[in-house]
Design a binder for this molecule. Structure first.
Ligand SMILES: Nc1ncnc2c1ncn2[C@@H]1O[C@H](COP(=O)(O)OP(=O)(O)OP(=O)(O)O)[C@@H](O)[C@H]1O
Ligand SMILES: Nc1nc2c(ncn2[C@@H]2O[C@H](COP(=O)(O)O)[C@@H](O)[C@H]2O)c(=O)[nH]1
Length: 209
């Protein structure tokens, strides 16, 4: 693990959230190619592994008992039950990575994002939005991973999630993957330049001189 930095130089916690099928995974993967320094937090889940997914890469796939133990032992920064499965962010990895000055990105659903906001209001909360709901359904269906029932459940949750957009700092429409990535990259760059973060550092230096 890299050296720890002072509290003022900690990395940014970027939370990319939004309805299932909007393209969080796709945009996040493209963003990590553009910004290889951005560290992706691998979540834990109890859902079944999909074809092409790898344990420890896409998710840490857990039995329900093991996931519940992680909750009991306070090992998760946030967790949520989503359409019949549990999902959560391992706390220690995020904490340690931010402490080395690196930015971390979480790709999570809305209940979890709101929990992170409570605990970590200085994070950057980005809602990835679909161009419209018809396109959202066609992306979930087009991915070919869900039954008709789970498509309907995910769409029902999506409508509730869109109502919660107001809790985020930014809304980025994922009309085209490269455009969405460019918008998110600009947000991250701007957040690093945000004046309160800069002022705190200069004040510390002035005190030290
Ligand atoms: N801008 C886009 N235009 C068209 N299709 C897209 C776009 N972004 C993503 N997709 C497609 O939409 C589908 C869903 O994308 P993806 O799996 O990344 O969504 P997600 O938000 O991560 O979903 P989940 O939350 O369920 O994991 C995929 O088939 C992906 O290729
Ligand atoms: N609250 C959390 N939500 C998470 C986490 N990891 C992923 N997710 C979200 O769950 C849904 C469903 O994901 P899928 O892989 O089954 O399609 C989706 O919105 C993910 O973003 C997490 O750690 N916490």
């Amino acid at each position: 693990m890299n050296k720890q930095v002072s509290e003022l130089d900690q990395g940014l916690l970027v939370v990319l959230s939004g309805p299932s099928g909007v393209g969080k995974g796709t945009v996040c993967a493209a963003l990590r190619e553009r910004m290889p320094e951005l560290v992706y937090s691998v979540s834990a889940t109890t859902r079944q592994i999909r074809a092409g997914e790898q344990d420890g890469v896409n998710y840490f796939f857990k039995q329900k008992e093991d996931f519940l133990k992680m909750i009991e032992n306070d090992q998760l920064l946030e967790w949520a039950e989503y359409v019949g499965n549990y999902y959560g962010t391992p706390r220690e990895f995020v904490k340690k990575t931010l402490a080395t000055g690196k930015d971390v990105i979480l790709e999570i659903e809305v209940q979890g994002a709101l929990q992170v906001k409570q605990k970590f209001p200085e994070g950057v909360f980005i809602f990835l939005a679909p161009p419209d709901l018809k396109e959202l359904r066609s992306r979930i269906v087009g991915r070919g991973t869900e039954t008709e029932d789970t498509v309907n459940s995910r769409m029902a949750v999506a409508k509730e999630e869109i109502e919660l957009m107001d809790n985020y700092n930014y809304v980025v429409v994922n009309d085209q993957v490269d455009l969405a990535c460019a918008r998110i990259e600009s947000i991250i760059t701007a957040e690093h330049l945000q004046k309160d973060r800069q002022i705190a550092k200069y004040r510390k230096w002035i005190k030290e001189v």
